[in-house]
Design a protein around this ligand. Structure first.
Ligand SMILES: Nc1ncnc2c1ncn2[C@@H]1O[C@H](COP(=O)(O)OP(=O)(O)O)[C@@H](O)[C@H]1O
Ligand SMILES: O=P(O)(O)OC[C@H]1O[C@](O)(COP(=O)(O)O)[C@@H](O)[C@@H]1O
Ligand SMILES: [Mg+2]
Length: 334
């Protein structure tokens, strides 16, 4: 059965959608896809502004097909986003449910990361609300999907920045500690490190790499005509690029060490083509899932196919680091 036919056979009449947690490039493409797929299925669409905080406060706006024109290429999120402490409390979730009920909302699409899905799962255990999630976070830390919206764009941003840092590092014969985002996840660090030919990559998922840094400083960095790039995930147990650099300066006063913390530039910018395409695929799949009566699942992409993963699995297990990539990284730095 074609998507449009499937879409006309549902009991749903009004859905809501919102973005939550850290913004990620491609969230707008997902908003557009969810809105238009829902309207194609004769559903009314309500946009909730500022994530769970807006749900609690009833900050709702109707969305029509024209409202999502001209946004597919924009970073950030037109619905804005938030981290809401109030939603973590039973009182907050109770107020949020009252708002959904008063607005006659049958089902909700949540576009966000692991925390956002934990919140949805929590609420769906307390109240009769059907949630379907679309994974959007530059951290790429969700289990069950190879891919989260925003990761690829952020990766390219990091690669572009580190390539520039390499130019100056090589010119001066310096070692740079470059900190990339990822509170608990080293995906961005690992992938960008490989793409930039980093000498060492420090990530929270593997503490074996600390020894590699030691070896590199002792033996690998031979003379001032070479340079060194050490990518540090902000969540690495060694305490971030600044702290590591301080220790290295004490142990190796002969080396010229600099630090660069890339920060929030990693979250902005126009989404790449793949981020836009995957956001669109997942947005349509989210509406199809709701129309089919699914709830409390995340839409994902695994081996380039759309998959559905129960929230409880997606948030409980983390996206494991590909050990082969770590091996490849070590091999490239013999
Ligand atoms: N265990 C939880 N219970 C209820 N709400 C939660 C829970 N975890 C996260 N949330 C809600 O989801 C929001 C987004 O989560 P956060 O971890 O900040 O971002 P992300 O979804 O990108 O991982 C939080 O600000 C909070 O409102
Ligand atoms: O912008 P904030 O609130 O300081 O958060 C920074 C964090 O958000 C992220 O960019 C994205 O994380 P989430 O997707 O879980 O929100 C992390 O990499 C980073 O640690
Ligand atoms: Mg998260």
């Amino acid at each position: 059965m074609k998507t449009a036919e499937k879409m006309n056979r549902s009991a749903l009449s009004r859905i809501a959608l919102f973005t939550s947690g850290g913004d990620a490039p491609g969230m707008n493409a997902a908003i557009r896809a969810v809105t238009r797929a829902a309207i194609a299925a004769n559903l009314e669409v309500i946009g909730i502004r500022r994530g769970y905080q807006g749900m609690i406060e009833g900050d709702f706006q109707p969305l029509y097909a024209s409202d999502v024109s001209g946004i597919i290429h924009l970073g950030g999120t037109m619905l804005r986003t938030a981290r809401s402490n109030a939603f973590r409390t039973p009182e907050g979730r109770s107020r949020a449910y009252e708002q959904l009920k008063n607005a006659a909302i049958d089902a909700v699409v949540v576009i966000g990361g692991d925390g956002s899905f934990r919140g949805a799962q929590e609420m769906s255990q307390e109240y009769p609300v059907s949630f379907v999630g679309i994974p959007a976070t530059i951290d790429n830390d969700m289990y069950g999907t190879d891919y989260t919206i925003g990761f690829e764009t952020a990766l390219n941003t990091v690669v572009e920045a580190v390539d520039k840092i390499r130019d100056t590092a090589r010119s001066h014969g310096r070692i740079f500690f470059v900190e990339v985002m990822g509170r608990e996840a080293g995906q961005l660090a690992l992938h960008s490190g490989i793409a930039c030919g980093a000498e060492v990559i420090l990530i929270p998922e593997s503490n074996a790499e600390g020894g590699k840094l030691h070896d590199f400083l002792k033996h690998g960095y031979k003379n001032k005509e070479s340079s060194g790039i050490v990518i540090v995930a902000e969540g690495d147990e060694s305490g971030g690029a600044m702290k590591i650099a301080e220790r290295v300066r004490l142990d190796h006063p002969e080396l010229e060490v600099r630090v660069s913390i890339l920060g929030h530039i990693q979250r902005g910018g126009n989404p790449t083509a793949d981020d836009r395409i995957n956001a669109t695929r997942m947005g349509v799949a989210a509406i199809e899932a709701l129309l089919a009566g699914e709830k409390n699942i995340m839409i994902g992409i695994a081996r380039d196919k759309i998959v559905q993963v129960p929230f409880k699995i997606a948030v409980k297990l983390c996206h494991r680091i590909d050990e082969q990539l770590l091996d490849i990284q070590r091999l490239m730095n013999i």
